[in-house]
Write a protein that binds this ligand. Structure first.
Ligand code: DX5
Ligand code: ZN
Length: 223
């Protein structure tokens, strides 16, 4: 299992958008480690969410790391906007542009941490030659675009491959999609240490209990 700290990154895609700032504050106070921000363009994925101005407006609601998941193509023309809006970590999809290495260099040049997201059908080999530019690998455990989808169990093997590729480097392995206390157990066992969860955290009103349930699920690993 991963020796890196377990981090919970609530996806605000499942928050109540009519009071987004309060929702961010609420998950921060409920014990979130990071805040996961899903940006969708209706082109790379079949859904549209929000852009940098909305993100800037919630920046003051939490000092925690803003984990920005760009599901947009191209991503390069917008990287500076998200950096200026307060992103701490910017993740692009491997297919977001023709020059992934250049995109990662651009994120680093903006002074931000860089991640690459892999769709369920994208092989781990897509990042083999950029591994030393990465702070995070995001293994999508659903097809990106919507919250509330079912976890794709075949991704467990990809998480194990990511862990092997990381080989002790200072790189987080994040999973996103269908994460519940039950699936949290298996993804952490496979090597993930950052858990994104939308519907599992924003359901009901007790966000602290929901986050705690994820931590308990993730760490209840038989030796
Ligand atoms: C999906 C997004 C996820 C989504 C996860 O495209 O990247 O972050 O919000 O939602 P749940 O946890 O409900 O599967
Ligand atoms: Zn996401």
């Amino acid at each position: 299992m991963s020796k890196r700290p377990l981090l919970i990154s609530p996806s605000i895609l499942s928050a109540d958008f009519s009071k987004l700032g309060d929702e961010v504050k609420a998950v921060d106070q409920a014990g979130a480690d990071w805040i996961h921000i899903d940006v969708m363009d209706g082109h790379f994925v079949p859904n549209i969410t929000f852009g940098a101005p909305v993100m800037a407006s919630i920046r003051k609601s939490s000092p925690k790391l803003f984990d920005v998941h760009l599901m947009i193509a191209p991503a390069d023309p917008y990287l500076h906007q998200f950096a200026n809006a307060g992103a701490d970590l910017i993740t692009v999809h491997a297919e977001a542009g023709p020059h992934l290495d250049r995109s990662l260099q651009a994120i680093k040049a903006l002074g931000k941490k860089a991640g690459v997201a892999l769709n369920p059908s994208t092989p781990i080999s897509a990042i083999e030659h950029v591994i030393d530019k990465l702070d995070l690998i995001l293994v999508m455990t659903v097809n990106p675009g919507f919250g509330g989808q079912s976890f794709i169990a075949a991704m467990l093997n990809k998480i194990r491959q990511a862990k092997a590729l990381v080989a002790g480097r200072n790189i987080d392995i994040e999973v996103d999609g269908g994460i519940t206390p039950e699936t949290a157990h298996s993804v952490v066992l496979a090597g993930a240490n950052v858990l994104v969860a939308g519907s599992a955290i924003f359901k009901g009103t007790d966000y602290a209990a929901n986050i705690k349930a994820l931590r308990v699920g993730a760490t209840s690993i038989s030796a």
